[in-house]
Each structure stands twice: as structure tokens, then as C-alpha cells.
Write a protein of this length. Structure first.
Length: 193
């Protein structure tokens, strides 16, 4: 009969030896002695099994501790990386805050400069409108070209961003009543006399 290696490995050789010794003791007549030896050897094997079980548990715990140490070490590396990432994000946030502050300051300065340009242009438009008004009043008539120029300037003056108002609105109706040519102005003067 062939016995496979796996079957041999599964055999409890201690029990086989004890049974063989008992058989030999029975056969050869020393059953009491062999029973005593079997009990003593059984106790020794039981003690060794318990000891081996504890050692196996200790080995298992030791292996677990090694694995836990490796895990903690890897977590420490991960935590260091996270800390590094947080520091990097804090620096990036600081740079962003500084950039926004600089941008806001620059935008405020640009807005002030833009308002100054708008106020200057508004003043120039007003001056040009007044100049056209006084020129037409002095001449006594208001030509078609002057009307187109005055109207275009007035539209710009009253539109965003200038939003001009006040006296300039009152002057336009006066100009509209003036004659359109020098001949019409001369004729209306003669009629008035």
C-alpha cells in the first residue's frame, strides 16, 4: 500500500509511536510499564503542544506588531506628505491673497485715473458746447453744421460715463430758436426793429 507524502504529514506520529509501544508491551508482557510510559509521553507531547500553541500565538502577535509598525511607518510618511501639502497650500493661499491685494490696489488706482480722465473729458465737452453756444449767440444764427456738431457733442456729454446735466440742457432750446443762416438772422433783425 502506497502512502502519499501529504498523508504521512497528517499522521500524528506521537500517537502512532505510543500505540505501537502499547502493542509491544501487550505482546511482550510489560503492559503497566508501557502504559506508564505512554501517559508520560502523552503529557510531554500535550505540554509541548500547549507551549507550541503559545509560541505560535506569540509569533502571530509579533508578526502583527511588525505589520502594524510598517503600517504606522507608512502612515507617518503619508502624514509628512500631507503636512508638506498643507504647507504648500498655505503658501499658495498667501501668494493668492497678496496678489488679490495688489490687484485691488492697482484697480483702485486705475479707477481713480479713469475717473480723472472722464472728468477732464466732461470738462472739455462742456467747454466746447459753451464755446459753440456763445459763438452762435454772437453771430445771431445757428448753421446746420453747427447744429450737427452741437447735437453730437451734447449726446456725448449727456451719455454714460459723463452724465452731464444742468445748464447745458437749458442752452439747447435757445440755440434751436436761432435762425439757420446769416440772411435769416438779418431778416429777423429788420422785422424786430
Amino acid at each position: 500500500m502506497l502512502i502519499l507524502a501529504t498523508e504521512i504529514a497528517q499522521i500524528d506520529w506521537g500517537t502512532v509511536i505510543v500505540q505501537s509501544l502499547i502493542t509491544l508491551g501487550v505482546v511482550f508482557g510489560g503492559a503497566g510499564y508501557w502504559e506508564y510510559r505512554r501517559a508520560k509521553m502523552q503529557k510531554k507531547w500535550d505540554d509541548e503542544s500547549k507551549k507550541n500553541g503559545v509560541e505560535n500565538k506569540i509569533d502571530t502577535v509579533a508578526q502583527g506588531l511588525v505589520a502594524l509598525t510598517k503600517t504606522v511607518d507608512s502612515m507617518s510618511d503619508d502624514l509628512l506628505q500631507i503636512k508638506s501639502d498643507i504647507e504648500l497650500l498655505e503658501k499658495a493661499n498667501q501668494v493668492t491673497v497678496e496678489y488679490r491685494e495688489t490687484r485691488d490696489k492697482r484697480d483702485k488706482e486705475a479707477l481713480k485715473a479713469q475717473e480723472a480722465v472722464i472728468d477732464s473729458l466732461k470738462g472739455l465737452l462742456r467747454e466746447r458746447l459753451l464755446d459753440n453756444y456763445y459763438k452762435c449767440i454772437e453771430k445771431g444764427y445757428y448753421t446746420m453744421e453747427e447744429r450737427e456738431t452741437y447735437h453730437a457733442l451734447f449726446e456725448c456729454y449727456t451719455r454714460e460715463p459723463f452724465r452731464g446735466n444742468g445748464v447745458m440742457h437749458d442752452l439747447q432750446p435757445i440755440l434751436v430758436q436761432l435762425p439757420r443762416t446769416a440772411e435769416e438772422a438779418a431778416t429777423s433783425k429788420k422785422k424786430a426793429k
